[in-house]
Design a protein around this ligand. Structure first.
Ligand code: AOF
Ligand code: ZN
Length: 371
C-alpha cells in the first residue's frame, strides 16, 4: 500500500504529531471524570520536548504538565493539543495563558471545546498574543475519543454504547440458563478494554439475576480501571451474594431503587457498599432520559449498556444509543434462544458502520449514530 500520507491540506509534521497526541490522549480515557482525557505535545525543531495527558482525576490539565516538562525549551516551540486549551480560571490559570507565558510560537489544535467557559475563547487568547493557531487538525479522530465528554456537554447525558454478544443465529442467550458462552477469549478481552475506557456500565436486573456478572475489568494490570456498575433494580432484587454486591466495596455499585423499595433490603445492600439513586418511573418503567440526566450530573460521560434484550430495546426505543458494538460468535443457539433486538443484518435506522474486525472466530461490528 505504500507509506500513509496526510489528508489533503495538512502538513506532514502536523499530521504526524497530532496523530501521536491523539494516541496519547487515549491513555487516561475513563479516568479523568468529569474532564476529557486530553493530550499535549510540545515540539521544538522536530523533537518532542514535553508530553502529557490530563491527569487521573481530571487535574492538572495536559498543557500545564507538558509545558512544565519542556521548561525553557517551550520558547519558540509548537504545541499540539487534542482539545482547544482552556480559557477559564480553575484551580490554576487557563492553559491558553500558560502557553502564551511559556513563549510558544505556534499552536495546532484538534477538537474545539463546547464548554461555554472555553468555546472559542481559548484560541482567541492565543491569537491575541500573536501566536499562530491552526484549528481542526484531525478533529474527528480527536473528537471520537472525547465523544463522551462532547455528548455530555452538549446533550447533558453520557455517550451510550450498546454492547451485545450474539450467536451466529442472532440470539443473546437462553431463557433461564445464565451465561451462555457466545464469544471466545480475544473478544472477551476486547470487551474488558471497553470497560476500562468507560465511566460506567449498566445492566437490567434480569441480566444481573440470570448471569451473575461482575461487570469489572479483569485485564491484568487494568483491574483498577473498572467502571462504576449500575443495575436497573427498582425493587432491589439483587442478591447480597451476587458478584456485583460482593465487589461493591472495591468498585462502585449503583442501584436505581424506587423510593418505596423495602427499607430492610436497602439497609442490607447499603451495608455491603451499594449506593442508590432515585429515578422516576413511568408506567412502572424507569424513565431512562431522567436517569441519563442524573448520570451526566454525576460526571459520567460514557456508559456501556450490556444487556439484556429488554434493556437494550428500551435504550434503542428512546433514541439514546450513540454507538452499537456487536460481537458475533460462530455457534448457533437455536429456537430456544432469546432474539437480539439488533444484528449485523438488522441495524436500526440512522446508524452507519464505523468498523468491522475479527477476533479469532468471532466477528465484530461497530456502528455510530449519524447526527
Ligand atoms: C485543557 N486541558 O487537559 C483538559 C481541559 O474543572 P476544570 O477547571 O478542570 O475544567 C474543566 C474543563 O476544562 C472541561 O470542561 C474542559 O473544557 C477543559 N478540559 N482543558 O485545557 C485539558 N482536560
Ligand atoms: Zn486547561
Amino acid at each position: 500500500k505504500g507509506a500513509p500520507t496526510p489528508p489533503a491540506g495538512l502538513e506532514e509534521t502536523d499530521w504526524r504529531f497530532m496523530a501521536a497526541a491523539i494516541r496519547l490522549s487515549r491513555r487516561h480515557l475513563g479516568r479523568t471524570v468529569t474532564n476529557p482525557s486530553v493530550a499535549t505535545l510540545i515540539v521544538r525543531d522536530g523533537h518532542v520536548v514535553g508530553r502529557a495527558v490530563t491527569a487521573v482525576g481530571g487535574r492538572p490539565h495536559a498543557e500545564t504538565q507538558a509545558l512544565e516538562e519542556a521548561g525553557a525549551l517551550a520558547l519558540g516551540a509548537t504545541a499540539y493539543v487534542t482539545l482547544e486549551p482552556c480559557a477559564h480560571h480553575g484551580r490554576t490559570p487557563p492553559c491558553a495563558e500558560a502557553l502564551v507565558t511559556a513563549g510558544v510560537k505556534r499552536v495546532v489544535g484538534a477538537a474545539s471545546d463546547p464548554d461555554p467557559r472555553v468555546s472559542g475563547k481559548g484560541y482567541a487568547i492565543l491569537r491575541d498574543a500573536g501566536i499562530e493557531v491552526v484549528e481542526g487538525v484531525l478533529a474527528d479522530e480527536a473528537a471520537d475519543l472525547m465523544k463522551g465528554y462532547l455528548i455530555r456537554s452538549l446533550k447533558r447525558r453520557p455517550e451510550v454504547i450498546l454492547k451485545l454478544a450474539l450467536s451466529a443465529d442472532g440470539k443473546i442467550g437462553v431463557e433461564g440458563e445464565g451465561q451462555v458462552p457466545i464469544t471466545a477469549d480475544t473478544a472477551r478481552r476486547q470487551v474488558h478494554m471497553m470497560r476500562a475506557e468507560a465511566d460506567a456500565i449498566l445492566v437490567g436486573i434480569g441480566t444481573a439475576l440470570a448471569d451473575d456478572p461482575a461487570l469489572t475489568c479483569r485485564l491484568p494490570g487494568l483491574e483498577a480501571r473498572s467502571p462504576a456498575r449500575i443495575v436497573l433494580d427498582r425493587r432491589l432484587r439483587l442478591p447480597l451474594g451476587s458478584k456485583l454486591v460482593q465487589s461493591a466495596r472495591e468498585v462502585p455499585l449503583l442501584l436505581t431503587a424506587a423510593s418505596d423499595a423495602e427499607p430492610a433490603r436497602r439497609a442490607a445492600l447499603a451495608d455491603a457498599g451499594a449506593e442508590f439513586f432515585a429515578v422516576e418511573t413511568v408506567d412502572g418503567h424507569i424513565a431512562l432520559p431522567e436517569l441519563m440526566d442524573d448520570l451526566a450530573a454525576r460526571g459520567i460521560s460514557s456508559l456501556i449498556v450490556e444487556g439484556g434484550a429488554y434493556t437494550a430495546e428500551a435504550f434503542l426505543a428512546e433514541g439514546l444509543v450513540d454507538r452499537l458494538c456487536l460481537f458475533v460468535g460462530p455457534g448457533e443457539i437455536g429456537p430456544r434462544g432469546i432474539a437480539s433486538p439488533v444484528g449485523p443484518d438488522h441495524i436500526p435506522q440512522g446508524f452507519t458502520k464505523l468498523r468491522e474486525a475479527r477476533f479469532g472466530d468471532d466477528g465484530y461490528f461497530e456502528y455510530a449514530r449519524a447526527d
